[in-house]
Design a protein around this ligand. Structure first.
Ligand SMILES: C[S@@+](CC[C@H](N)C(=O)[O-])C[C@H]1O[C@@H](n2cnc3c(N)ncnc32)[C@H](O)[C@@H]1O
Length: 267
């Protein structure tokens, strides 16, 4: 089974706590050409009434709500969920100081323990490509949404950050197979076909962006945190030296294109 959708691996290693995710978020925050926060951008696209019930699946450490705390309508009843206990504990800690109250629950997106028509909105921000049985999860999401309710699925395009596996393969060609094996199965290109069976009114919003990386260490941390790139901690120094040469050979900047977007659908 691919690590990308292996629940045990994800819960016990990749998302046992937010350390690896945070290393990746740091690179995006530091070097994105589009400086408008991704979490603000996602929030901007939520078309929801002032009174509503929301469920976030795979909330991670809760950054979407921490970053948008200043503009949460009081009438939003928000349930944050993740299948990783460690992530949910961090979401609890991070949202506790906020004025808004949140419900927090351990939930696997493939088995949502709520009755039909419980929510006005379901959000899956960069998590749906980890779900192995996406049909099961879509059936669950459709069931818990009220008629007219909306679901939001943020994901990446097929060529998202394609320069990175190319760099890693140039460093060590044996690592190319890991990236090929961990191909993302829910993308901006194929998401429409997967979602339209269950939902109507599909819209795809895209955010234009790229990275212009000018420091070695945040990029090394990103690569080491990624389950798709297959680089081991023991090779940190060797890889940093390789990147330093690459950077010097490209005027001190490594360019990495980004393809991020979000599907919006209606029940
Ligand atoms: C890439 S992180 C994104 C976290 C957060 N949404 C964000 O954008 O910062 C993916 C999250 O989804 C969770 N996850 C993966 N598969 C899941 C599943 N089947 N059900 C619930 N959560 C899942 C992981 O534990 C992790 O916290």
């Amino acid at each position: 089974m691919k690590k990308l959708s292996d629940s045990n691996y994800l819960q016990e290693h990749q998302y046992k706590d937010p350390t690896k995710l945070n290393a990746r978020i740091r690179l995006h925050r530091q070097f994105s050409t589009n400086t408008y926060s991704w979490f603000h951008w996602v929030f901007d696209h939520l078309e929801l009434p002032p009174e509503c019930r929301l469920l976030e699946l795979g909330c991670g450490p809760g950054d979407l709500w921490v970053e948008n705390a200043h503009r949460l309508p009081q009438g939003w009843e928000i349930t944050l969920s993740d299948f990783s206990q460690g992530m949910l504990e961090h979401a609890r800690k991070n949202t506790l100081p906020l004025a808004h109250q949140f419900n927090l629950e351990i939930i696997d997106a493939q088995e949502i323990p709520y009755p039909a028509y419980s929510f006005d909105a379901v959000i899956a921000n960069h998590m749906f490509y980890h779900v192995s049985d996406r049909k099961e999860a879509l059936e669950e999401i459709q069931c818990v949404l009220k008629p007219g309710g909306r679901a939001y699925f943020a994901t990446v395009g097929e060529c998202h950050m394609a320069e990175l596996p190319a760099l890693v393969a140039k460093f060590d060609p044996r690592l190319a197979t890991q990236h090929q094996a961990e191909r993302v199965d829910f993308t901006l290109e194929n998401g429409t076909a997967q979602l339209k069976e269950w939902f109507s009114g599909l819209k795809l919003h895209r955010q234009e962006n790229a990275l212009l990386v000018t420091e070695i260490n945040p990029l090394v941390d990103y690569v080491l945190s990624s389950l798709k790139l297959g680089l081991q901690e023991e090779r940190r120094g060797e890889f940093a030296d390789f990147l330093a040469k690459e950077m010097a050979g490209s005027d001190g900047v490594i360019f990495i294109n980004k393809e991020n977007g979000m599907f919006e659908v209606m029940r």
